[in-house]
Design a protein around this ligand. Sequence first.
Ligand SMILES: O=C(O)CCC(=O)c1ccccc1C(=O)O
Ligand SMILES: [Mg+2]
Length: 368
Amino acid sequence: MKITEITIRHLQMKLKAPFTTSFGTFTTKEFLLLEAKDEAGTVGWGESVAFNAPWYNEETLQTNWHMLEDFLIPLILNKELNHPDEVNEIFAPIRKNNMAKSTLEGAVWDIYAQQTNQSLAKALGGTKDKIEVGISIGIQESIEALVALVDGYVKEGYKRIKVKIKPGWDVDVMRTLRENFPNVAIMADANSAYSLEDIDLLKQLDAFDLTMIEQPLASDDIIDHAQLQKELKTPICLDESIHSLEDARKAVELGSTKIINIKIGRVGGLTEAKKIHDYCEANGIPVWCGGMLESGVGRSHNVALTTLSNFILPGDTAGSSRYWENDIIVPEVVATDGYIDVPQTTGIGYEVDREAVEAYTIAKKDYK
Ligand SMILES: O=C(O)CCC(=O)c1ccccc1C(=O)O
Ligand SMILES: [Mg+2]
């Protein structure tokens, strides 16, 4: 397999409803979509999950474009590749910039799956033909509004409800949810809004039988999380702090995390995501697939990854219609009773709707 042509597009899609986390509110989603073609004409797709501002991590879609254009694409274009795992090795000398790396690596995986006549899920070693999904709900105007939203999603069948928390929107919110939904799997995601000084507040969350608390402390920390986990009954799940297999190993050895949220972009691609998955499986650490408000392309990669056996907990990969009026893939990703059927056709298993892509594109550049 040899990639001979690449196109980067900058897309802008309006979210159906604003999504608020402890670090900011999204009303539209801007992202890069990467199309790669090999010498046989096979087309593969990758999505950058970097946002337009460095809130979640230090990358932005503009830094991703720079890294892809000036460093990553030149390393891959016209190079003979036998397997997508080689991309992970080729990119290794370039530090960090994981979301940029993952954008191109994902497209290579899609092409590889098609060239070997299998679904991306099978190419990754996945075993499930349907996956269990949960949903992530942003910070709302009022607790009543949140309860009404959760009620709707529970009735739709989502297998786990995650809510965003921040100082001032935490203990009362979680108590009210537990009172209203005694039998639902509920968790909280703080996106690094707390420090060890908040330990008494965080301990109050232990009363609500939460499945886990995600990334309560600093985005680059694994030391304080270990301290916090000693004092908490609720399992800690790391998101922002884990960028590689090495990070995962250190966090697990220190006792900083009992569960890991794997995001393909954050860890630099599907190969590294698989490595973290395999390490966690061998060490009794359940994983689940996080989300970054992806379009259908990124979503399809998340669906494929979630078919690996140690994705035991429901992920954040909700159906397309939870985010978009019109997604850029056909069919859209559909969640029914909290399950998504994994497509069996080759590659990502969904057709990219080129008309929709063009309609959302605000910039574009070709590389040969
Ligand atoms: O529905 C999704 O895609 C997941 C939403 C979500 O929780 C999230 C959205 C944007 C940035 C960070 C996060 C997160 O998991 O921390
Ligand atoms: Mg998170």
